[in-house]
Design a protein around this ligand. Sequence first.
Ligand code: PLP
Length: 424
Amino acid sequence: MKEIYQELGISDQVFQYGKQIEERLKERFVQIDETAEYNQLKVIKALQAHKVSAECFMGSSGYGYNDLGRDTLEEVYATCFHGEAALVRPQITCGTHALALALMSNLRPGDELLSPVGKPYDTLEEVIGIRPSKGSLAEYGVSYRQVDLLPDGSFDYENIKKALNEKTKLVTIQRSKGYQTRPSFSVAQIGELIAYIKKIKPEVICMVDNCYGEFVERREPLEVGADMIVGSLIKNPGGGLAPIGGYIVGRQECVENAAYRLTSPGLGKEVGASLGVIQSFYQGLFLSPTVTAGALKGAIFAANIYECLGFSVIPDSIESRHDIIQAVELRSKEALIAFCQGIQAAAPVDSHVTPEPWAMPGYDDPVIMAAGAFVQGSSIELSADGPLREPYAVYFQGGLTWYHAKLGILMSLQKLVEAGLVKL
Ligand SMILES: *Cc1c(COP(=O)(O)O)cnc(C)c1O
C-alpha cells in the first residue's frame, strides 16, 4: 500500500500520519456506513415501488410526451424524499436555477419571502434582488426579509415571529452553511424551526435549500414538515453520474407551480424530453448514498488531520455532520495555494495542470479553485476553492469514493509539507 501511495507522490511520513488519524476514525466511519446502508435501502425501495424497468432508460426527444422514464423517475424521487410530487429535469441547469424556479413559481407580486437563517447562498442574492439584478424577484414586486442567526448560530425565534406578517408567503431555509462559517442545520433542527413558523402562520410555504445535504442523514426535510426541497444533481443526489440537472420535491401544488414555470402555463410536466441522460439520473440516485458517505468520510478525515496540525476547521473533528462541506483555515496565501494544488494533483482528470489564483467576476479577492472532475463544476466530485483573503480558508467537498478523497487530502498535506508550511 505504502508503495503505490509513494508512486503517486505521497511520502512515507505523510502516509503514516494519515494512517494514525484514520485508525481513530473507525467508529465514526461505521456510523456513516450504517446511514449509507439505510439510505441505499430507501432508494432501492423507491425504485422497486415504481417498477423501474429497462424501458425507463430509453429517453425521449422533441416535446417529450409520455416519457415513461422521466415520469417514473419523478415518482421515485417523490417516494424517496417523502413528497407528493417531484420535478427532476435536465432542463433545470443547476442548483441556483432550481431554487430560482421554486421561488419564482410560488411567489406572486406583493408576496414576501423570508429567510429566518440569515443571508442565503451567494447566487441567491441576485435571484432575490438583494443585489440588484435583471429579472430578480424584487423586479417582480416580491419583497424580502431576513432574520439573522443569533451569535451562537441558533435561530432568533423572537425576531422570526416579528418578521412573519400578512405578506409572508414563503420561507426559505438553507440546510448547508454554504460558504459561511455558521453551522449547518440538522433535519431535526429544521423541523423545529418549521414547526415554530407554522404555529404562527400555518399556510406559509416552507422551502428547504437541500444542496449538499441529501443522504447525509436518514431523514430529509419533507419528513419534518417542509413543503418543498430543492437541490442540484451535480451534487449529492446525482451520485457523480448525472451530467446536469436539478430537482424540486414536495407538495403537489408547489411542484405543479414550478412545472408550469419551467416549461409553460398549460404544458407543465407533460413536456420536457429526457434526451439521453435519464439512465444516469437513475443510476446516480442509486449510487448517491454510498457516494455521499465517501465524501463525508473525506471531510471528517481532513478535519481530523488539519485540526491535529493546529488549524481551525469547520466543522471540527468531532462535530456531527449535516452536509459534506469542510472548511480549513490555512492562515496564509501560500498554504491555501499549496492545499488546492494538492487536491488537483490527486484528481482523476486534469491532474497535470496547476491551479493558480485568478480574479473571478463577482469576487473582490482573487480565488483559487481545484477541480479535476468528470462533470464540469461538479462538487460531489472532489473539489476545493477559497478566496485569497484572511483567514485563507479553503472550502472543500466531495470525492466519488472515500479512497479518492483520502488521496486528495494526503496530497494536500504532502504539498504543504514540501513547501515547508507544515511540520509533521
Ligand atoms: C451549490 C449551492 C447552491 C447553488 O447551486 P449551483 O448548482 O452552484 O447553482 C445553492 N445553495 C447551496 C446551499 C449550495 O450549496
